[in-house]
Design a protein around this ligand. Structure first.
Ligand code: AVI
Length: 318
């Protein structure tokens, strides 16, 4: 996707889809830029830091659930499946699942080859006898998995409540695509964040140390750097809002004063109080989660949560 450009003859690393999404997102009302563009190198580092924050309960809670359920999970899933992870793999959760279900192979799928290769190297070193087959692809669409695992039964793994970053309609399409990619007899292990008190949810996305604010505002720095933008960083503040009607945390970048700026040569103006919507993080009650799974073509088999009911892990079958 890289193309040479620029008068200095240097290669620009700007993804044309980033340019298109940012320009279209700043034009539309309400303004909105897809959350996937948070994850440049700095954004990915900041996300890693978020997962360690005291206010951000999902990562440690889901990891603890996975550790606790291991013996039951092994009984329900059996051994010898190919574990297919949607995403490049988490340094904490993936080893827990791989140690637990005794897989015949591990296939992490990610659109970002760099992160995929990096995390696959780490996992291959940790599990030297396990074939690790990184697969660079967009898993939002049905995929033909590597031939080496074509005949093996699959266990899909989609942790982190990443499904919550999609609208319910998109989440349903993704679940269907996963079902098609994983084939007959597949199972799916998926994490979903639960609806809970706003006083727990909002700080998880607006922490005292300001790491989530930095993660959100990093998008402005990325736009300025990669799209020759002049967005004044000091004119935007991070907002995390619980939208009760849609059961989701919304992240926004709010203009604190009237501003004018350019991006890729195009002029934009924002009034004080106007926002750019940058992320949705949908939360699911137990029944909503099961309905979503069923609508997406999966039958729930088991459901586990932590003692405080903050987060849930589901096992479902095709
Ligand atoms: C990646 N995803 C599941 C995170 C979430 O909780 O929605 C992204 C995130 N945004 C701010 N904090 C974490």
């Amino acid at each position: 996707m890289l193309k040479p450009e620029g008068e200095d003859g240097l290669r620009s690393l700007t993804d044309p889809a980033f340019r298109a999404d940012v320009l279209a997102g700043l034009e539309r009302r309400p303004r909105a830029i897809p959350a996937r563009w948070f994850y440049d190198r700095r954004g990915s580092e900041l996300f890693e830091a978020i997962t360690d924050l005291p206010e951000y309960y999902p990562t440690r809670t889901e990891t603890a659930i996975l550790e606790t359920i291991c013996p039951t999970l092994r009984d329900l899933v059996g051994s010898g499946r190919a574990v297919v992870e949607f995403g490049s793999g988490s340094s904490t959760k993936t080893p827990v699942v791989l140690s637990c279900v005794d897989p015949c192979a591990y296939v992490p799928i990610d659109i970002s080859g760099d992160f995929l290769r990096e995390s696959s190297r780490v996992l291959a070193a940790r599990f030297p006898d396990l074939p690790v087959l990184p697969f660079e692809a967009d898993f939002l669409k049905p995929l033909t998995l590597p031939a080496a695992v074509a005949e093996q039964p699959k266990l899909g793994f989609f942790p982190g409540s990443t499904i919550g970053n999609m609208t319910p309609a998109m989440a349903c399409d993704l679940l269907r695509a996963m079902r098609e990619s994983l084939g007959q007899g597949a199972m799916l292990l998926i994490g979903m964040d639960r609806i809970k008190d706003e006083r727990v949810l909002v700080p998880a996305y607006d922490d005292a140390a300001g790491v989530t604010a930095a993660f959100n505002r990093n998008l402005i720095e990325r736009i300025n750097r990669e799209l020759d933008g002049t967005m004044p960083l000091d004119a935007f503040r991070h907002r995390a809002i619980w939208n009760d009607d849609r059961a989701r945390i919304e992240m926004h970048l709010e203009a604190v004063r009237d501003i004018a700026f350019t991006v890729d040569g195009r002029a934009f103006a924002m009034a004080a109080g106007e926002t750019i919507h940058t992320e949705n993080s949908h939360k699911y009650g137990p029944r909503d989660a099961r309905i979503l799974l069923r609508t997406g073509g999966w039958t729930p088999v088991a459901e586990w949560t932590d003692p405080d009911g903050l987060f849930a892990v589901y096992l479902a079958e095709a």
